[in-house]
Write a protein that binds this ligand. Structure first.
Ligand SMILES: Cc1cc2nc3c(=O)[nH]c(=O)nc-3n(C[C@H](O)[C@H](O)[C@H](O)COP(=O)(O)OP(=O)(O)OC[C@H]3O[C@@H](n4cnc5c(N)ncnc54)[C@H](O)[C@@H]3O)c2cc1C
Length: 449
């Protein structure tokens, strides 16, 4: 009988197309599947409130698929993983790689400790179509501009691996998680007073099966016309797969291959190309984070270190957070976020531009609010997107391109369906600022850079 092995689930909470899980199953050994909520190592980037709620439901779903055999722990993984391996006398640990700088540093240490104890660490790619080091320019350096990254880099690289089937459930290593419900209780992932999670989660179904259903619905009902429709919040024409992708309930490979097959057989090539390019933005953001580990904290363009951001007025900030700015499209977006843990991409850009350019608040203020409130909060995507809107990121929108929140609302929500859904009273609120003056002030700050 081979020694038991650990399979450490992280941002890959699924059994199908999960390279680490497949490899663990292939070993033929007894498996102890484990998840660790590691706030210690995450430091400033502990999971936000909305993400914790999602995680709670996602772990429940994964545990069910594993017939109740998932061990859930919280604490410092650097200590817990080697200790667990030694306790059960495991000789191998399987995991899929993550790309947040704090996870890379932690996992490198864990690997060193385990290998010193003769425990092998086998890591795989379970979260990206192409890992950051696989797509490089001809001179060997990483791309800094999206279009050549996608067109020249990704599309001429070997295609992403085909999805792996779900292995037959293995023999599990027994553990004493007597009552799994107690474990969930002690993890404190759900808020207690008030239970705001209940209304937020009424918008979502969580887990691997739900993610597959959403993909099917997207391909059959939304892919056609996606290129145009994705810009209009009321059309609900995007996939809504982002939280499922973040937690790894579905892999980008499953999405890429299913979309390619469906798009080519139904001849929806323009929409397919656009959808694939959005998936590639996710890849690009992870590449940016990998090669710029301070992406979430510092502007990529160092000139912006000297930008004269306005001091924070808490009352004003709260008006933005609560969706009470008096600019209906901004208010609708912020309230959609508060209610559902999600905001449409177009409106994310408008609300972010309002914070950074109209209020002249540092992009990190918005980044942190989104981090806490989004169910799809993802360090790479969030940081890269905030820097993009601020004009200080890679291939960013120029700072002087300032969205007018009124005309953006007219252009993308002409009949106000989206606004009426989320902020029907906003037009009665006195606008908190004069956009024309705010714009001039922002441009002045920019010209002083
Ligand atoms: C200020 C700001 C903050 C953002 N923060 C996040 C975040 O924390 N997490 C997150 O996943 N996305 C973030 N985005 C990107 C984008 O808004 C969401 O990925 C998208 O709205 C998710 O909806 P969807 O799944 O229906 O997208 P679809 O249009 O169906 O796209 C499919 C997938 O492609 C990826 N994708 C699409 N657009 C982008 C993009 N611009 N950058 C990176 N990946 C993209 C997502 O994984 C998405 O699920 C942010 C955008 C802005 C402007």
């Amino acid at each position: 009988m081979p020694s038991p092995v650990l399979c450490w689930f992280r941002q890959d909470l699924r059994l199908t197309d999960n390279p680490a899980w497949s490899a663990a199953c292939q070993s033929g050994a007894q498996i102890l599947p484990v998840y660790i909520l590691d706030d210690t190592s995450a430091k400033d980037w502990k999971m936000g409130g909305a993400s914790r709620v999602w995680l709670h439901h996602s772990l429940k779903s994964l545990n069910k698929s594993l017939n109740g055999n998932l061990l859930i722990l919280s604490g410092n993984a650097e200590k817990l993983i080697p200790a667990l391996a030694s306790q059960i006398k495991a000789d191998k640990i399987f995991w899929n790689r993550c790309y947040e700088p704090w996870r890379i540093a932690r996992d490198t240490k864990i690997k060193d400790i385990c290998e010193q104890n003769n425990v092998g660490c086998i890591s795989s790619n379970g979260s990206l179509l192409w890992e950051p080091w696989e797509i490089k320019k001809q001179d060997g350096t990483p791309y800094k501009v999206f279009t050549p990254y996608f067109r020249k880099g990704c599309l001429s690289a070997p295609p992403p691996r085909s999805p792996l089937p779900s292995p037959k459930l293995p023999n599990f290593f027994p553990h004493s998680n007597a009552s799994i419900d107690n474990i969930f209780e002690t993890q404190n992932l759900l808020p207690k007073h008030p239970h705001w999670d209940r209304s937020m989660m009424s918008y979502w179904s969580v887990g691997e099966t739900a993610a597959q259903k959403k993909l099917k619905d997207f391909l059959e009902n939304k892919l056609q016309g996606y290129k145009e429709g994705r810009n209009y919040p009321k059309r609900n024409q995007t996939s809504l797969l982002s939280p499922h992708l973040h937690f790894g309930e579905i892999s980008p490979n499953q999405i890429w291959h299913a979309a390619t097959l469906f798009g080519l057989t139904t001849q929806q090539t323009i929409d397919l190309d656009c959808f694939q390019s959005e998936l590639a933005w996710r890849e690009f953001s992870h590449t940016l984070l990998y090669y710029n580990p301070t992406l979430a904290e510092k502007p990529l363009n160092p000139k912006f270190e000297n930008f004269d951001w306005a001091g924070i007025d808490n009352e004003q900030l709260e008006r933005w957070q609560k969706g009470e700015t008096g600019f209906p499209i901004v208010d609708a977006g912020m309230r959609e976020l508060w209610a559902t843990g999600y905001m449409h991409n177009r409106v994310r850009m408008i609300t972010a531009s309002f914070l950074i350019k109209d209020l002249r608040y540092h992009w990190r203020v918005g980044e942190e609010w989104f981090w806490d409130t989004l169910v799809d909060a993802n360090l790479a995507n969030n940081a890269a997107s905030w820097q993009w809107v601020a004009g200080c990121g890679a291939d960013a929108a120029p700072y002087f391109r300032i969205f007018n929140p009124t005309t953006q609302g007219e252009k993308f929500d002409l009949d106000q369906t989206y606004i009426n859904k989320w902020a029907p009273d906003s037009h009665k609120i006195k606008p908190m600022l004069n956009h024309k003056k705010a714009r001039e002030r922002a441009l002045e700050s920019y010209s002083n850079l």
